[in-house]
Design a protein around this ligand. Structure first.
Ligand SMILES: Cc1ncc(COP(=O)(O)O)c(C=O)c1O
Length: 401
């Protein structure tokens, strides 16, 4: 039998070393649980960075995917297929918008949103050629492509990948005064995560998102919400923006939209904004493919029930109540988050976030560190109350409380 050690060594030998995965080799998954090649079970408290909101191999999604596999899987956009119109219409409706630009990965959708905002700036707002500016926040994470890392403030993500794409201005996250000062007549968009995921689950101060909405409306600037990680139920609402009653001009979606089965992403906006394109100006061979549409349609139908959002809100409240007790123990210096999503900063005496993640793994819980001392928790929204409580018990045991 091939052991986990053999498989890890083979992956190390043949895969570009862009990741440093925990030493576990998964063989199967179901709901909130993964099983490794030796048959050991782990509670998945990461859920593919929120791509698995509906759990591993969700039966409804598997059924939708299998049915579509038996019909047609790819046409490219050269021909329409019979799931495409429904996918666009239903996703637009879920977002309270009118049009969809389909893509595959999160970064591709962010790139598409940037291109959309620039076209809109030149064709609708009347910004002079090559002058469009997009305002983004410090600590952002929007993906790994060259344009997207051009405005990253994370040296690790950015170093040695230049030359960088111009046209972006970085302001501190959560600072409305800085945002107001940054908006000029050539600003076409503000691009923000309503909660910053990769940075450690940073929730902006109350009033920030409505303030950005007000400012962008006053200055005729598009408010682009990257809800790739925060959206589709994770925070207890369909969109994180909803917690403050904010409706952006554009949503960027990905991850959970494909139910953890197929990569699906999209830009969703008004007909005025997405209608700026003409055929030939943008495209994607796999964007909106039949398999992606079939799975995403089922994801949308599941979100329409409101069941997953309610579950994230209820279990999230329990989780945050349990986590809120940790700072008093001196093991954790800060707890942040919303819904079934949390970032904890571990006290330095407990070691690095990575070391804590390793100790969690030894106890049967998979979670991931981010940036040194932070541990992120984002279990599938289908996790049972008992399993979640067990996972949090393992966390307390690792912290020694
Ligand atoms: C907010 C946000 N935007 C964009 C991305 C990039 O998505 P992908 O990895 O699918 O390109 C991520 C991924 O973590 C994300 O969290």
């Amino acid at each position: 039998m091939t052991t986990a050690e053999d498989l890890i060594a083979a992956a190390d030998a043949h895969c570009a070393p862009t990741y440093d995965p925990l030493p576990v080799v998964v063989a199967t998954g179901e709901g909130a649980w993964l099983t490794d090649v030796a048959g050991r079970r782990y509670l998945d408290m990461l859920a593919g960075y929120s791509a698995l909101n509906f759990g591993h191999r969700n039966p409804r999604l598997i059924e939708a995917a299998k049915a579509q596999l038996d019909r047609v899987t790819l046409t490219s956009r050269a021909f329409l297929h019979d799931r495409f119109a429904a996918f666009c219409a239903e996703l637009a409706e879920l977002c309270g918008m009118e049009m969809v630009l389909p893509a595959n990965s999160g970064a591709e959708a962010v790139e598409s949103a940037i291109k959309t905002a620039r076209k809109w700036g030149y064709r609708v707002k009347g910004v002079p050629a090559e002058m469009a500016k997009i305002v983004v926040a410090g600590g952002n994470f929007h993906g790994r492509t060259t344009t997207v890392i051009s405005f990253s403030t994370d040296p690790e993500a950015r170093a040695d990948f230049g030359p960088y794409t111009p046209g972006f201005q970085i302001v501190p996250y959560g600072d409305l005064t800085a945002m107001r000062a940054a908006l000029t007549e050539n600003t076409v968009a503000v691009l923000l995560e309503p909660i910053q995921g990769e940075s450690g689950v940073i929730v902006p101060p109350e009033g920030y998102l409505p303030g950005v909405r007000r400012l962008t409306r006053e200055r005729n600037v598009l408010f682009v919400a990257d809800e790739i990680q925060s959206g589709l139920g994770r925070t207890g609402r369909t969109f994180a923006c909803e917690h403050e009653g904010v409706v952006p001009d554009m949503y960027v979606l990905g991850k959970a939209l494909g139910g953890g089965i197929v990569p699906v992403s999209a830009v969703v906006s008004s007909a005025e904004v997405l209608g700026v394109f003409r055929p030939g100006e943008h495209g994607s061979t796999f964007g909106g493919n039949p398999l992606a549409c079939a799975v995403a349609l089922e994801v949308i139908a599941m979100l329409r029930t409101g069941e997953f959002q309610a579950r994230a809100a209820e279990l999230g409240e329990r989780m945050h109540r349990a986590l809120a007790a940790l700072p008093a123990t001196g093991t954790v210096t800060a707890v942040r988050g919303r819904g079934l999503w949390a970032g904890l900063d571990v006290a330095p005496r407990l070691g690095t976030g990575r070391q804590v993640a390793e100790r969690l793994r030894e106890r049967g819980v998979l979670a991931k560190e981010s940036h040194g001392a932070t541990i992120r928790l984002s279990p599938p929204l289908v996790v049972s109350e008992q399993d979640l409580a067990w996972g949090l018990e393992q966390l307390r045991a690792v912290l020694g409380v």
